[in-house]
Ligand binder design. Structure first.
Ligand SMILES: [Zn+2]
Length: 235
């Protein structure tokens, strides 16, 4: 592991090891169950865009799922239990590189807490906006209370899969992605039609934009600064 990432929490290390084991098991199953090698670049189903073309459109999500049992929780607690949305409906089967998992998986604790604060703020704003139309808090859709994340932490194996399928123009070389270190996120709702709400709320909580060709990709500035990488923030 890159020693720059040694300040990650023990929790994230534990999750990362678990993630490796889980993904390795899935990967073994993949090679048997699905002939993924037949997926060419032209038909690649990845939600991150089409190889060779600028993926500057906000592709529709592949579902907006929650962890098992979450539906029984009050909506205000449910938001913390959303899963990442890449391949969330599993329509791409095992041929998708990135698997849905709890969004805080493998994330430094302060980064996860900052996203929870942004979610709380989004919920407060939604409740207030609906109240202006006489809608009680209990009727505010949970979708309006949550910042949906397409991908957060990724295993080395997932990064290698993306790198192989999508190519080096759009995917960081395995071992160098901030997603592998847990402090990068890809937003689900980043396009103009969302009015910049999630981006504004995350920026208020210290997240910054670091890759000028990827408006959906944000990194946690305090973690970058701890690692001496604060210069990565564009704005
Ligand atoms: Zn990203």
């Amino acid at each position: 592991m890159d020693p720059r990432f040694s300040t990650d929490t023990a929790l994230s290390h534990r999750h990362r090891r678990g993630g490796f084991a889980a993904v390795a098991a899935v990967a073994a199953l993949v090679m048997v169950a699905a002939n993924c090698t037949e997926v060419s670049a032209a038909t690649y189903p990845c939600s991150y865009g089409t190889p060779g073309r600028t993926p500057l459109v906000d592709n529709p999500p592949e579902g907006r799922p929650y962890e098992a049992g979450t539906e029984s929780l009050p909506p205000s607690q449910r938001k913390y239990r959303a899963l990442t949305t890449a391949n969330a409906d599993f329509s791409a089967g095992f041929c998708e590189c990135v698997f849905p998992r709890p969004w805080a998986w493998g994330m430094p604790l302060d980064a996860a807490l900052s996203i929870m604060r942004a979610m709380d703020r989004k919920e407060q704003e939604a409740v207030a906006a609906f109240a202006r139309f006489g809608v009680p808090e209990s009727r505010v859709p949970v979708e309006k209370r949550t910042i949906w994340l397409r991908s957060t932490w990724r295993s080395r194996e997932e990064q290698e899969c993306l790198y192989t399928r999508v190519g080096p123009d759009w995917v960081a070389r395995p071992g160098t992605s901030r997603h592998e270190a847990g402090y990068a996120i890809d937003l689900e709702d980043w396009g103009a039609e969302w009015g910049g709400t999630d981006i504004r709320l995350l920026r208020e909580q210290g997240w910054c934009w670091t890759v000028n060709t990827e408006p959906w990709h944000w990194e946690h500035r305090p973690t970058l600064q701890r690692l001496g990488l604060g210069h990565r923030c564009i704005k």
